[in-house]
Design a protein. Structure first.
Length: 119
């Protein structure tokens, strides 16, 4: 297993999850209009979900002997228009999905080869 490659791929994924967490958090604060309550709750939950994903990937990096990144992987985009916010999120989620697929395509994940941390 090329540990350095796996750590790099995981860190790229972490960086995009951190971007998503910040972007969703900001959107939860900025969303306006009649759907504000519904989408503020949605964006807030998505922010926490992305941060949880980053944490889980960070645990894998640490278990492999690496240091999880704290850098964002893309610019955090902002808008006051709900439709634009959703388009921005879709683009970011597509970037994250591509990062996952690239990692899987170059390294077949075998759970027994990646140590798990306790806790």
């Amino acid at each position: 297993m090329n540990t350095a490659y796996v750590i790099d791929a995981l860190n790229q994924t972490i960086a995009l999850e951190l971007t998503a967490s910040l972007q969703y958090h900001q959107q939860a604060l900025l969303v306006r209009g009649p759907w504000r309550k519904l989408f503020a709750e949605f964006f807030h939950a998505e922010s926490h979900g992305a941060l949880d994903h980053a944490h889980k990937f960070g645990q894998k990096v640490t278990a492999l002997g690496g240091v999880p990144t704290i850098e964002v992987g893309a610019p955090v985009r902002q808008s006051l228009d709900l439709t634009e916010m959703l388009h921005q999120d879709l683009e970011l989620e597509c970037q994250a999905m591509q990062a996952y697929l690239d990692s899987i395509g170059n390294f077949i994940f075998r759970p027994s080869e990646v140590p798990m941390t306790q806790g």
